[in-house]
Design a protein around this ligand. Structure first.
Ligand SMILES: [Zn+2]
Ligand SMILES: [Zn+2]
Ligand SMILES: [Zn+2]
Ligand SMILES: [Zn+2]
Ligand SMILES: [Zn+2]
Length: 352
């Protein structure tokens, strides 16, 4: 870790290297502010345990599921890789119960025929042959001679003796004057067998697959989800370039912790206070792995060079100095740039 003396020394060297000491004089008063840079990741495995009553129709093979007595006490090895999702399904010992299904025997009433085994069917259908020309020229199928002066049938319109009224050469040959024909499906009975249940009135109960059984049990689930927290501190206040410079060539101190470890004792109190809140156990946490790296970055301002800010951080050899324009300077450059652009714009407007 750097101290103030190192920072002053590094800034002075930097000023001298640039040959500015002769012009401006060596820095006499340097204002130093410290930034604690902290980066890292905390990976937690969060566990939930839930119990739920299950119901299945038919037979269920639960023999390959582990059994438990008290779900909270069931021991499962800690995950090796905390970033993986894990799920374990168990059965509470002695909770498996087989009962008969509401259907009783695996059969249920045929929904199509409502259990009767047959379906209504029209016994007779209107004769298709004489629908327009009349079933009998004398009685129209009634059996009483209602047409006293029957019209002659057209040539080619074949007629037979009417079965209803007995008139010769007057009736439709298809229905013999009755005006309707017997249904070929039910042969006039008025009902036909239900094809869905093959006349039995019952069908297989699909939910229990015809087994007539249900199985209930208490199912326990132990699931583990990763919870990953990325840490970067401070969120603001350190220029991007200074941070990147420190990330690239700075010497950071590293700390890797599992849930069993406590923070190293030699950790500076500033970092300890930053890290500690991230290590608070979360609800359901069963394991944790934390990786931190930290570095103290010095921000130095030299009164003789108000346009610059010196950022100093430790490296494996000597402290490195990163020079950035001060905020005031950045505004000036920005303003100058904008002024230039405005000028250019005016010039363009004025050009013929
Ligand atoms: Zn007739
Ligand atoms: Zn007919
Ligand atoms: Zn019929
Ligand atoms: Zn049926
Ligand atoms: Zn059933």
């Amino acid at each position: 870790m750097l101290n103030e003396k190192d920072v002053l020394e590094a800034v002075r060297r930097r000023v001298e290297e640039r040959g500015e000491a002769a012009k401006l004089g060596p820095p006499d008063a340097v204002q130093i502010t410290w930034h604690s840079l902290l980066e890292g990741e905390v990976v937690r495995s969060i566990e939930t345990r839930t119990e739920e009553k299950q119901l299945r129709y038919g037979h269920v093979d639960l023999s390959d599921r582990p059994e438990y007595d008290t779900l909270a006490r069931y021991r499962v090895a800690l995950p090796k890789d905390l970033t993986k999702t894990q799920s374990l399904t168990l059965v509470r010992r002695g909770s498996v119960t087989e009962r008969s299904c509401d259907c009783g025997n695996g059969k249920t009433l045929c929904p199509r025929c409502q259990g009767r085994g047959d379906l209504p069917c029209e016994a007779f259908t209107t004769c298709a042959a004489c629908r327009d020309s009349g079933s009998c020229l004398h009685c129209e199928g009634t059996g009483r001679r209602i047409n006293q002066d029957p019209r002659d049938h057209k040539p080619g319109d074949e007629r037979v003796t009417c079965r209803q009224c007995g008139a010769e050469d007057a009736a439709c040959p298809t229905c013999s004057g009755q005006g309707r024909t017997t249904c070929s499906t039910c042969e006039g009975r008025g009902t036909r067998g239900c094809p869905d249940c093959d006349r039995t009135g019952t069908v297989t109960h699909e939910r229990c697959e015809g087994t007539g059984r249900t199985v209930t049990w208490i199912e326990g689930t132990i699931s583990r989800q990763p919870l990953i927290e990325k840490i970067k501190h401070p969120k603001a206040g350190v220029p991007y370039l200074a941070w990147e410079g420190a990330r690239e060539s700075g010497t950071w101190r590293r700390t890797d912790l599992t849930h069993k470890d406590t923070l190293p004792t030699d950790l500076a109190s500033g970092f300890r206070n930053l890290v500690q809140p991230h290590l608070e156990p979360r609800k359901g946490e069963i394991a944790r792995r934390a990786t931190f790296r930290y570095l103290r970055l010095a921000r130095a301002v030299v009164p003789q060079h108000p346009h610059r800010v010196y950022y100093v951080f430790p490296t494996d050899t000597s402290p490195q100095v990163f020079v950035l324009p001060s905020r005031q300077r950045t505004w000036q450059i920005g303003a100058a740039l904008l002024g230039g652009l405005a000028m250019l714009y005016l010039l363009l407007l004025l050009l013929p």
